[in-house]
Design a protein around this ligand. Sequence first.
Ligand SMILES: [Fe+2]
Length: 285
Amino acid sequence: MGLTPVHFFSHGSTMMLGEESTSADYWRKCGDEALAQGIKGVVIMGAHWACHGDGIQVATNPNPGKSPVAYVHPSKYVDYKLNPDLATSHRCIDLLNQAGFKASGNDTFEWIHDVYLILIRMFPNACPPTTLVSSNARYDPHYHLKVGSTLRQLRRENYLIIGTGGAVHNLYRNRWAPMLRFRDNFAMETPPEDWALEFRQAVEDVMVKCSGGPKMRRAMTRLMKHPEYRDAHATDDHFMAALFVAGAVGEWEDEGSKVVLGAETWELTNMCNSQFTIGEWNKLG
Ligand SMILES: [Fe+2]
């Protein structure tokens, strides 16, 4: 068994769940490939669930509800059955605690669209067994790298690791009017602003030119010191999944991994939803 690829997906606005886009096509393609490879399950970190203090949690609610979303018809998500992988969730808690984290289960957490939007788009017919890992609200890049590097070993067992956040994701700088007035999340009355274009390019450069390995870990943490970072991310929550992914592909063994920018969808003028895959199927580790 080789090392499975790892995805960093930018989930964008809630409307990405209901509207067609090249990103949605790419998510589906990645889902189809994963099913064809017989994945054991998905291990996913999102952007909307962060634990306070030093802790990190793993979802252990056997029958989680879904937090409702605006601007999406309920038929697109209400009946989709989530499939929490409780055995792997408990295993992840153990792995994280062995690595020095304060990890625990959360048996009441309801899943949020950052995660179920991606699962529905990738696996519309049935959700594979899924382990949902929280982030930590201190938003320390090195902490989230280490979460990824701790769970990296699951790639060797045919688990699919996904981080769902955003490449350029600043809700305060989005132009919301066309979505609010016309339900048009893809309207672009002007080009994106320079800071968004700059940071989007910086993310692509780190992803594609570093090609996995320790270099990518360093470069991804350094992006949080990029002059345009704070414009691109008014809050750090949507960037932690990128650090998690960098940790999951950050060993020497990962150096030279194939990296694909599989799709990219701009929304709300200034939000860049880039979709990256690091690694490939059937590569021996
Ligand atoms: Fe989000």
